[in-house]
Structures are given as structure tokens and as C-alpha cells.
Ligand binder design. Structure first.
Ligand SMILES: Nc1ncnc2c1ncn2[C@@H]1O[C@H](COP(=O)(O)OP(=O)(O)O)[C@@H](O)[C@H]1O
Ligand SMILES: [Mg+2]
Length: 413
């Protein structure tokens, strides 16, 4: 039986779904580079992972966090910053949790004082009225506690502190953002002296890894505040949609062996998937992680046979498509006017006619240099298009929506 509790597809934000696809480069970056280098006391920049909504930023770092937990690392988990919230209070509270996990003793006066200062920040935040006086002091306390936590991790064997701040574009107070970036940069580039087995004192970096995730607009906010140095202190990656190969791989065991679920006799049975059903899911979701889960989720509920059929995927999509359309339209609506115009102009032109010169003229400009900056933002900052002799869409669902009748099912289905 296909019960809801066994559905392997998840449209829940911020939960790592049972069916995981792709993101090999980003996961390997953690496993092969960030973590081992930080464990060994080597420098490695904080990671900044940006993309439009639904591309799997939060989930990716959630996946990395699970990996870190399995290795016994000290993790903050996802610290989501809601709009209008005080990021200092959120960070403070997470650092106190880590302090508890490490077992810092309040009996040690220095640590006791520090914990008391941070506790007050986590409870009250930094008041708007007192910002000028309080902010530097609050940041100093957070920075100091982070360093203490990093030192404690360095004394353990093979342990990293993993800090994940999500929805960073919601840190709208420029002074807070600026200070926060400074201390995160500081603690990840701070060196401490440690004594080696042969009694030599050497310098090492603290084993602290930082991941910031959020919408692409964060890049502008942060660069405006921090200027050129900010760009170099963080390693920025803009996520692209998943490839069909990655999605096919993710569904392979479903198709080959079936997904195990409890049967009515207390045993296990398997729910399979027709290859044609898989192909339909790939075609409908256009590489969007969110739409991939959405299509699978609705297919699961579209019937109760032992094998998910193509017909069930299409039936499920009839329910899913409104949400799919809303999702893509929201991305378009959030774009600044000129960038939205450029996307529309690209969609109007046939794929082989999408040279910048033609796009500019479609937008009503006589010269392509007048629109080059919008193109650069859509490519490098937002990851929605690819520039080149001929421009193309990187966000395939956006293209499908603008160029075809997606998410409607066309005649050939
Ligand atoms: N690598 C992945 N493989 C499969 N599904 C994914 C993957 N990454 C994200 N998802 C799914 O996509 C949806 C959106 O992911 P989320 O991390 O919330 O996106 P974002 O934070 O970028 O808005 C969630 O339902 C999640 O389960
Ligand atoms: Mg998210």
C-alpha cells in the first residue's frame, strides 16, 4: 500500500528528502576539501551558496550537516533568519547550545562571564535604541565565544565546528550584516598556537567551517557593504538546476528494485516505478529540485498500484501544476524590471537567435553594451541564464514556462 507516511518524496522545505539527487561537486567540496582542511588547521574560506528559491540551498547544507553529525562534528544546524529577526540573537543561542554540548563550565570565571554576556544577547537581541553602543560589544562576545568553541574543537580529534546561517538575504540591517561578515571572516582566518606531539608549538587555523545560504540578491547587499575584500573572503557558488542524469540516477533504485514500504502482513513490499513514469517526472520538473519532489509526491498519491505508472505521474501533475506555475512566476516577479525584460526578450527569440545584439534590440536598445550589465547579473549573480555567442537559459523551468505551455501537459502526452 502507498501510505502517506512511506512517501519518499518530500515537498517540505528544509528537510533532507529520502530521494536525493546530484550536488556531487558541492558535497565533495565539503567531504574532500572544506572538512579535511579545517580539521588539519589549514585555511579554507567560508562558503556562500546562493540561488533562486527551490534550487535546494537549505537542503544541500542540511545534507552536509547530517554528514558532519555522523562524523561527530559540532554543528549549529540550520540557523534560519526570518525577515526582521535579530541574527545576533539567533547566532548567540546556537553558540550557547554548542557550549553546552562541549561542556563549558560556568565555574571558570572567564567562560562564565562570556556565557552570561552571550545569554543576554540570545534573550534580548540587540535593541534598536541601543544599537550604537551595544552592537560592537555583542559582536565581541559572539566572536570570543566562537573562538573558544573552535579551540575546544581543535583539542578534540577530527572535529569541525559547522555553522550554517540560512536566508541571509533577510539580514537587512547594514551595520549588523557588515559586522557579522567581519566576525565570520575573522574566526575562520584566526590562527592559534597548538603544541604538537613532539612538543613544538605551531600555528593552526581554528577548525570552523561556515556556510551561508540565501537568495542571489545577498551578493549585492554584502558586496555593497564589504566592498572588494568581501568577494575574496568568501567562496561563492550559485546553484544550477539538477541535470536529467542526476535525477535519473536518483530514481534508479525506485525503477530497478522498487521503494520498500511495509505491507499489510507486517512484512515489506516494494513500490516500483515504470521507466516511462520516471521520464515523465524528469520532463515535468525541468531539473528543479522542488518540482521534482512535487511531481513525485503527487504521483505517489495518484494511485495505489504496486508500480507508479506514467498515467499516474500525469494525473498527479494536474494537481501539482498550479503550484509549479506559482513557483516559477514568483521567481520572475522578484526580478528587477530590466532583468525581467531581458528574460522575456530571450524567450521571444528562437534559441539560435539569442545573441546579445538581438536580445538588446528586442528590449528596445540599439547597442548591446547598454544591456550587458543586466546579462551579467542574470548569469553570474542569479544563475538563470548562460551568456556566450548565443545566450541560453540555465533555469529550464523558467524557459519552459515562457516558451512553451508548461506546466500544462501538451498534446503529445
Ligand atoms: N539534491 C536534491 N535532490 C532531491 N531533492 C532536493 C534536492 N535539493 C533540494 N531538494 C528538494 O527541493 C525542495 C527545495 O529545496 P530547498 O532546500 O528548500 O530549496 P531552497 O532553500 O533553495 O529554496 C525541497 O522539497 C527539497 O526536498
Ligand atoms: Mg531555503
Amino acid at each position: 500500500m502507498r501510505r502517506s507516511v512511506d512517501c519518499p518524496f518530500s515537498t517540505q522545505p528544509d528537510v533532507v528528502p529520502p530521494i536525493w539527487a546530484g550536488r556531487h561537486d558541492e558535497v565533495n567540496d565539503w567531504v574532500d576539501i572544506v572538512r579535511p582542511r579545517r580539521v588539519d588547521g589549514l585555511p579554507e574560506r567560508p562558503r556562500l551558496i546562493l540561488a533562486e528559491a527551490g534550487l535546494g540551498k537549505s537542503t544541500l547544507v542540511g545534507y552536509i550537516t547530517e554528514n558532519a553529525k555522523e562524523r561527530g562534528d559540532l554543528v549549529t544546524g540550520q540557523l534560519r533568519i526570518p525577515l526582521g529577526a535579530d541574527p545576533l540573537a539567533i547566532l548567540a543561542s546556537a553558540l550557547l547550545d554548542l557550549s553546552g554540548e562541549i561542556g563549558f563550565s560556568k565555574a571558570d570565571t572567564k567562560i562564565g562571564n562570556l556565557l552570561a554576556r552571550v545569554t543576554s544577547i540570545s534573550a534580548k537581541g540587540v535593541s534598536v535604541a541601543m544599537r550604537e553602543q551595544e552592537t560592537p560589544e555583542a559582536f565581541a562576545a559572539l566572536r570570543e565565544l566562537m573562538i573558544r568553541i573552535g579551540e575546544a574543537a581543535a583539542h578534540r580529534k577530527d572535529t569541525v565546528v559547522l555553522i550554517h546561517l540560512d536566508e541571509v538575504q533577510n539580514i537587512t540591517d547594514p551595520a549588523v550584516l557588515s559586522q557579522l561578515l567581519i566576525i565570520l571572516g575573522d574566526v575562520t582566518s584566526k590562527k592559534i598556537g597548538v603544541t604538537t606531539a613532539s612538543n613544538m608549538v605551531i600555528e593552526r587555523y581554528l577548525p570552523i567551517a561556515v556556510y551561508l545560504t540565501g537568495l542571489p540578491d545577498f551578493w549585492d547587499m554584502a558586496s555593497a557593504r564589504r566592498g572588494a575584500t568581501f568577494g575574496r573572503r568568501f567562496d561563492r557558488r550559485v546553484l544550477s538546476p539538477l541535470s536529467d542524469e542526476d535525477l535519473e540516477m536518483a530514481l534508479q533504485s525506485f525503477v530497478l528494485d522498487g521503494w520498500p514500504v511495509p505491507d499489510e502482513q507486517g512484512g515489506t513490499m516494494r513500490i516500483g516505478m515504470e521507466p516511462a513514469a520516471r521520464d515523465a517526472i524528469l520532463d515535468l520538473c525541468q531539473g528543479e529540485p522542488f518540482l521534482f519532489q512535487l511531481a513525485g509526491y503527487h504521483a505517489w498519491y495518484a494511485g495505489d498500484s504496486e508500480v507508479i505508472t506514467r498515467a499516474q505521474v500525469l494525473r498527479g501533475w494536474q494537481t501539482a501544476k498550479r503550484e509549479a506555475r506559482d513557483h516559477v512566476e514568483r521567481i520572475l516577479e522578484r526580478l528587477p524590471e530590466k532583468e525581467a525584460q531581458m528574460i522575456q526578450a530571450m524567450a521571444t527569440l528562437a534559441p539560435e537567435e539569442r545573441a546579445l545584439k538581438n536580445i538588446a534590440s528586442e528590449m528596445g536598445y540599439s547597442n548591446s553594451t547598454q544591456v550587458a550589465s543586466f546579462a551579467k547579473r542574470l548569469d553570474a549573480t542569479r544563475g538563470l541564464i548562460n551568456r556566450g555567442a548565443n545566450y541560453s537559459f540555465r533555469h529550464r523551468a523558467l524557459e519552459a514556462h515562457l516558451v512553451r505551455d508548461w506546466p500544462e501537459l501538451s498534446e503529445d502526452y
